[in-house]
Design a protein around this ligand. Structure first.
Ligand code: SAH
Length: 243
């Protein structure tokens, strides 16, 4: 069966060895789309050494300058993080994540975003994610090596795909129809429109807009906006702005 491959995005990895080990983890799980956001050292011999015959994945890896660029065209962006923040997004275990992915996003482009070895993902980067996935681990020591995290998420995907070869939900194909899920940049366009409107109406404090913005993002993340819904919401904003 052909399943659209999730993108594995590594944000600013500092050790080339981890990039190679992540590529190896990916290849064992039949994953091939690697995207690197501002890697510290890449290409690098240490990456090739640790990739151990998964160097085709390194050769085909895309390098980009920002997470926003990396997630362009993606319909569901999932932050893979051990840390949860104050305003909680939907938090999935890897298993729950795959269930949701295959149920609601079959045939659509999904991205999994992994963070830096030292500091993980920033809150601004997590804002670009519509959901969070945390690998259950010891509460006192829950931070896995980057490539180990890729391996575990990849394993759940692989087992799910191969265990559920016929699983499909109809009507969620990645076509251009109004009922398809909105792409990341379409949702961001809507948010920008909303922030501008909320500042113009004095509802949102332009000096400290972040807490409210986050709460609103979480609300729409839970809904999972379709293209048609984004259009309706933008139409509503436009009608208010006319008055
Ligand atoms: N010290 C960092 C940990 C970074 S580990 C921090 O506090 O965030 C590097 C990356 O591996 C993380 O950004 C995340 O993408 C992934 N990772 C490690 N452990 C994880 C876990 N238990 N659950 C989900 N992702 C994890």
């Amino acid at each position: 069966m052909t399943e659209l491959q999730p993108k594995i995005i590594l944000v600013e990895p500092s050790h080339p060895g981890n990039i190679g080990a992540a590529a190896r983890a990916m290849k064992t799980m039949s994953l091939s789309q690697l995207v690197l956001v501002k890697p510290k050292q890449f290409p690098h011999p240490e990456a090739v050494a640790r990739a151990s015959r998964a160097d085709d994945i390194l050769d085909n890896a895309q390098t980009v300058a920002s997470l926003a660029t990396a997630v362009e065209g993606c319909h569901w962006v999932v932050g893979i993080t051990a840390r949860t923040r104050k305003i909680s997004s939907q938090i999935y275990t890897p298993r729950e994540l795959m269930e949701k992915m295959l149920d609601q996003f079959a045939g659509l482009q999904v991205a999994w975003v992994f963070g830096r070895e030292r500091s993980g993902l920033s809150n601004e980067e997590l804002d670009l994610c519509q959901a969070i996935c945390t690998i259950p681990a010891d509460t006192e020591y829950s931070s896995l090596n980057l490539a180990a995290a890729v391996q575990i998420i990849g394993y759940e995907w692989f087992s799910r795909i191969h265990g559920m070869a016929t699983h499909r939900r109809t009507g969620s194909k990645g076509d251009d129809s109004a009922n398809s899920m909105a792409a990341a940049e379409e949702v961001e366009g809507f948010y920008q429109h909303l922030w501008d409107s909320l500042v113009a109406s004095d509802f949102m404090d332009p000096v400290n807009p972040k807490p409210l913005k986050r709460k609103i993002r979480r609300l729409f993340d839970r809904a999972g906006l379709t293209r048609a819904e984004v259009n309706i919401l933008r139409g509503i904003l436009k009608s208010f702005n006319k008055q």
